[in-house]
Design a protein. Structure first.
Length: 322
């Protein structure tokens, strides 16, 4: 049976002439998954390609594909960028869909941190990518966004109807496949990961509520990733980063991608068929939310953002999993 990743790659390859230049489309013929050398940037929506590349470069964000944009047409990082970059400057469109997930949203706020550079016009973005926190909260090899430490795929900030500042750390999944994931207690460098993160459980405001669950049983993907994000969320809330009163995690993943969860290991943690269902049972109420991409996408394209972009992402990602 074809995996979700291969189904997605085949679907987008079939649309190549509607999404990419003739030359770039021709470069896909080699394996139908990756652009040839020199065409990687065509993975990004052309309407904001230069500005998004500059956004990443200014922040020294690490591309998953190496020194340049990932060449895979089903890259999760590229999909995240293509689906969210318009909202760096469009607060009205951002509020239109974000308020559907967070009904107490009163006002979208800019990313007000000394570590987040201003946009070329001097304004602050309303969201950012690969955020790692303002300092090393988790005793990691901290300092480079998207590399060697816990990084948030995309981050939002808003004021609630009761005047509180809420920061959302969003994890975006696409074609990742974790059903054969193994425990990752020790890093490739020999670091004891359990010892690194366990002290966070004892700190004030830790959002993990493990009960009878053994902390060691969380060290496999995708739960290991969610655990680190929740610990980062806890630390940012405790330190009131960017004046935050509340920091929470939002998990966005395709329902059609049935390879995202290792059910053999997840059953030791909690019952559930998706990472979101399992993880929700281990977190302080209101500090974690999960939504299927199939349910989220109509909110995104119906937000009132640029129509040309809406048409592009609708073609490229709107029918994922079919």
């Amino acid at each position: 049976m074809m995996t979700f990743r291969y189904r997605e790659a085949a679907r987008i390859f079939g649309l190549r002439e509607h999404l990419f230049s003739t030359a770039a489309s021709g470069s896909l013929l080699h394996d139908q998954h990756h652009f040839g050398v020199g065409f990687e940037n065509e993975n990004i929506y052309p309407g904001f390609r230069p500005s998004s590349l500059d956004f990443f470069a200014t922040r020294k964000i690490k591309w998953h594909g190496g020194v340049s944009c990932d060449s895979s047409i089903v890259s999760s990082q590229v999909a995240c960028l293509n689906c969210f970059f318009p909202y760096t400057t469009d607060s009205l469109a951002l509020k239109a869909w974000l308020s559907k997930l967070y009904p107490d949203l009163e006002e979208v706020l800019p990313i007000a941190s000394i570590l987040e550079p201003a946009l070329p016009d001097g304004s602050r973005p309303f969201l950012t990518f690969e955020w790692i926190g303002e300092r090393s909260y988790l005793s990691e090899r901290w300092g480079n966004r998207g590399q060697n430490c816990t990084s948030v795929d995309v981050m939002f900030r808003f004021r609630t109807t009761n005047g509180k500042v809420h920061v959302v750390l969003a994890e975006w999944k696409y074609c990742e496949r974790d059903e054969q994931a193994k425990y990752q207690h020790v890093s490739d460098r020999g670091t004891d990961r359990v010892a690194t993160y366990r002290p966070q459980l004892e700190l004030d405001g830790c959002q993990l509520v493990l009960g009878n669950v053994h902390f060691e049983d969380l060290f496999f993907l995708p739960l290991y990733q969610l655990m680190r994000l929740q610990l980062l969320s806890s630390a940012m809330e405790r330190e009131h980063e960017m004046a935050a009163n509340i920091v929470s995690v939002l998990h966005i993943a395709p329902r059609a991608n049935d390879g995202l969860m290792n059910r053999a290991l997840s059953c030791k943690v909690a019952a559930g068929t998706t990472a979101g269902e399992v993880w929700r049972k281990l977190v302080t109420p209101d500090r974690f939310k999960a939504v299927a991409t199939e349910d989220f996408f109509p909110l995104l394209v119906g937000s009132g953002a640029d129509p040309a972009w809406t048409s592009y992402v609708g073609k490229r990602y709107g029918a994922m999993g079919t």
